[in-house]
Design a protein around this ligand. Structure first.
Ligand code: SF4
Ligand code: SF4
Length: 433
């Protein structure tokens, strides 16, 4: 059986890959190499951001998800739709149609992530008032961003909001609600299935952050559910499920939605993995004094830009704006008197630094390799052309000291060496005359 602890969502269809290097240079963690004419993903480095899926012109990168049929053994299957799902449908006037449609395609119940998002917004507002916390606080809602911080920006881990992300809270609340409303069910009869816009959240359910085990039992892609919902929606005359989300919850689907719910002007929202890295660099340099909260989404536009959506993110965002017109500001609030953040809302497991550039477990050997790497780096052309199969010259030097590549992989150096040989041979012939 496959070890779930190391199971990524993003994978490669080798047969489709042309080794074109489009994905190689844009991977934020340098997780891709070209070997044997095709891409290879270094598992320990991949944060499942989905960037390579979006970039590949040959559709060779894909996100592996669960299917609804995989959960037929459960008596009670709860759909946990991400708010981005609602933006996929043209002419949708009412969220209730989507929620009703989910029951028609095989789910037994539905619990909107947007409901939990409204509570997380309220608790985040409270958290920002806590004395002694590291600021700016960085949102923990995008798992690709949290993983990126854990591999590239370990000094910022203390700034990450240690509150459960909406998807986790939604799964827990959904299961509790199902047990209360259906006492005939046992815990093992119920599964919570997240309908996700992105591979990072598939990976989250398998390798959770901040909790030992996620309450999310499976993750289905929005694109898969979309094709099942379209025919079902046509058959609905009167919806039977009523949405319990408000503007605040639905707005989490787009970049800026989470931070605008904080009712605090001292925030910054950035989206797209390259912008995210720039912002994290600036926070590390302490260039954002005065800001209280940073919302970061790995996908352009926020979750509406996830690689598993159907619709263009700008169109999806416009549709959500239209849908919000008919909604109250929020439908999920805890009483002011209960405004203490419950302990179970906080992370119960730490998110630690995951060094991806560990040259050796032995310190002395690692130092030796580092010196060797610098030596090799000095002989490489520093063009970062990618033709060696590594994203840049430094990565090639690292691969060489780790025994995964050879100096002859650098085509520029190879050419220089061949030219040197020709020159030497020329001199020998000349001297022999
Ligand atoms: S973009 Fe990457 S995965 Fe796609 S064909 Fe090119 S090398 Fe292969
Ligand atoms: S999903 Fe992101 S981190 Fe993983 S290989 Fe693709 S671009 Fe790199």
């Amino acid at each position: 059986m496959e070890d779930k602890a190391h199971l990524h969502s993003v994978s490669l269809d080798v047969k489709k890959c042309k080794g074109c290097t489009n994905c190689l240079k844009r991977c934020p963690t340098e997780a891709i190499r070209i070997r044997g004419g095709h891409a290879v993903i270094k598992s320990e480095r991949c944060i499942d951001c989905g960037e390579c899926i979006r970039l590949c012109p040959y559709r060779a990168k894909l996100a592996k998800c669960d299917r609804l049929e995989d959960f037929s053994r459960y008596k009670w299957k709860i759909a946990i739709p991400a708010p981005a799902l609602y933006g996929q449908f043209a002419e949708l006037e009412d969220l209730d149609y989507i929620l009703t449609g989910l029951l028609q395609i095989g789910f037994d119940d539905v619990f909107e992530v947007a409901r939990a998002a409204e509570l997380v917004s309220q608790y985040t507002r409270q958290y920002l008032h806590r004395p002694g916390i590291a600021k700016p606080v960085i949102s923990s809602a995008c798992p690709a961003v949290v993983r990126l911080i854990s591999v590239r920006f370990p000094y910022l881990l203390d700034n990450v909001l240690p509150i459960l992300p909406p998807v986790e809270l939604a799964a827990r609340m959904a299961k509790k609600e199902a047990m209360r409303r259906h006492p005939e069910l046992e815990e093992r009869d119920i599964c919570a299935l997240f309908i996700s816009p992105c591979p990072a959240k598939v990976s989250y359910a398998r390798n959770p952050l901040g909790v030992e085990k996620s309450a999310v039992d499976g993750v289905l892609s929005i694109s898969d559910i979309y094709f099942r919902l379209v025919p079902a929606l046509k058959k609905i005359d009167v919806p039977t499920v009523t949405s319990r989300s408000g503007i605040i919850g639905i707005s989490w689907a787009g970049s800026g939605g989470e931070s605008s719910a904080l009712l605090n002007d001292k925030y910054l929202a950035a989206d797209g993995i390259e912008n995210v890295i720039k912002v994290l660099d600036e926070i590390e340099k302490e260039n954002f004094a005065g800001l209280e909260f940073i919302e970061l989404n790995a996908c352009s536009g926020g979750c509406v830009g996830g690689a598993m959506n159907m619709e263009n993110p700008f169109i999806a965002k416009a549709r959500l704006q239209n849908l919000r017109r008919y909604l109250p500001v929020s439908q999920n609030r805890v009483n002011e008197s209960e405004e203490q953040i419950p302990d179970e809302l906080f992370w119960s497991a730490s998110v630690d630094y995951q060094p991806i550039m560990q040259l050796d477990t032995d310190r002395a050997e690692a130092l030796r390799k580092m010196q060797r790497m610098q030596q090799i780096g000095g002989t490489l052309p520093n063009l970062d052309c990618g033709s060696c199969g590594a994203p840049n010259c430094n990565a090639l030097a690292e691969d060489i000291v780790c025994g995964e590549a050879d100096e002859s992989d650098c085509v520029i150096r190879m050419r220089q060496q061949i030219e040197d040989i020709w020159r030497t041979m020329g001199r020998m012939v000349h001297d022999g005359d």
